[in-house]
Ligand binder design. Structure first.
Ligand code: ATP
Ligand code: MG
Ligand code: MG
Length: 364
């Protein structure tokens, strides 16, 4: 079996690493020669909407999936008419537009921050009467790692924030005064079987995920599972999904979802019986899903813009290193490390050491 992946970065790389033991082969389509998965897979080098490359991908792959959800909708539709594509193109369409996504949450009865569609400075000025300060203006499409966002603290910020959108359609959201951010990752197979991971508790800085910790038996687990199940069933979803939530002291508000494996689930490589990457492959290949049970305490720390010394990092008890084979660049995720142990004390000590190394390497 050959799995096609749109996007050849670290997510595709980790999917391929999980797939080799299952006897799978991979082909990635990515415009970047240095994409981290390129060396592990057959690589089609070019634009995501190049018709000849898409035809070749559809021809060679038994099933196509993606690590990058911002491919044009017609690409997923073209591929769907020639081969199996999971998750379905409809899930992609909702996830890549923040306005459709927020309306979708509403339709499912899942709370969100107050929001409004913004297509002009006049729209923004009018909406702020209801939304109130502080708030965040976000481009509807293409944002990640907090890019394409502007914080609004008062009316004086509106004109510059709207200018920064460069005419792109946007939404404005009220700022949520959350007690913590969490995400839930789940996998659904074509038969409708769903496997839920323990939620992750996530720390961001500057809009970029820094640390994700597995929170087994968390009080918010049941509600988070209920929300992600609604989403999976409504979209007739197949594959792994991640739902990002703000915890406001028990009530959970949906921020966004990613129709793919997710950075906040990288701890599952060592920290769960079956990683999110393996379960994504199992789901899209219609194989039985693997156990999502946690293996002790686990957390992940991102390396942004720079790396630690390998020997120093691996000298930390219970630490594991995952390099992405990407050239360091300012603000770019180049690696992550995890800590996994059965001892709470060792977990806390190891996590602190990893976080220290990551902070020292961080250029953002
Ligand atoms: P990702 O890399 O997760 O795809 P993104 O660019 O799509 O990021 P968001 O997830 O919308 O951006 O926002 C990034 C972070 O900014 C959030 O994880 C959260 O910390 C903060 N944030 C975003 N929206 C809000 C909000 N309405 N209220 C409070 N904080 C917010
Ligand atoms: Mg996002
Ligand atoms: Mg996010």
């Amino acid at each position: 079996m050959k799995v096609g992946i749109l996007g050849g970065g670290q997510l595709a790389r980790m999917i391929a690493l999980a797939g080799y033991p299952l006897g799978l082969k991979f082909i990635v389509l990515d415009p970047d020669t240095n994409a981290g998965a390129g060396g592990l897979s057959e690589h089609l080098l070019g634009a995501y909407d190049d018709p000849a490359l898409l035809a070749e991908l559809a021809e060679k792959a038994d099933v196509v999936t993606y690590e990058f959800e911002n491919v044009p909708a017609h690409v997923a539709e073209f591929l769907s008419s020639h081969t199996l594509v999971y998750p379905p193109a409809g899930a992609l369409a909702v996830a890549q537009d923040r306005l459709l996504e927020k309306n979708f949450f509403r339709e499912l009865g899942i709370g969100t921050a107050p929001f409004a569609a913004i297509d002009s400075l006049t729209d923004l000025q009018a909406a702020m009467a209801d939304i109130g300060y502080p708030a965040i203006l976000k481009s509807r499409r293409m944002g990640y790692d907090g890019k394409g966002q502007a914080v609004l603290r008062s009316e004086a910020d509106l004109a510059a924030a709207w200018d920064s959108m460069q005419g792109a359609a946007a939404i404005v959201e009220g700022f949520v005064n959350f007690s913590r951010e969490i995400s839930i990752i789940a996998a659904r197979s074509p038969s409708g079987e769903i496997a839920y991971y323990p939620i992750s508790e996530n720390q961001h800085r500057g809009g970029i995920l820094r640390i994700a910790e597995c929170r087994d038996k968390d009080p918010s687990q049941t509600l988070a599972e209920d929300y992600v199940r609604r989403l999976l069933e409504k979209l007739d979803y197949v594959g792994v999904v991640a739902l990002e939530l703000f915890d406001t002291g028990g009530a959970l508000l949906a921020n966004e979802f990613a129709p793919r494996v997710h950075n906040s689930g990288h701890w599952t490589i060592e920290g769960s019986e079956t990683s999110q990457f393996e379960n994504h492959l199992r789901a899209i290949l219609n194989l039985p899903l693997g156990s999502t049970a946690p293996r002790g305490y686990a957390a992940m720390v991102n390396f942004i813009g720079g790396l630690a010394d390998n020997a120093e990092l691996l000298g930390i008890a219970n630490a594991h290193l995952h390099l992405y084979d990407k050239a360091p660049r300012k603000g770019r995720k180049v690696a992550h490390a995890t800590i996994r142990t059965d001892s709470e004390a060792a977990y806390l000590a190891g996590l602190q050491q990893l976080a220290h190394l990551a902070a020292a390497a961080d250029d953002s």
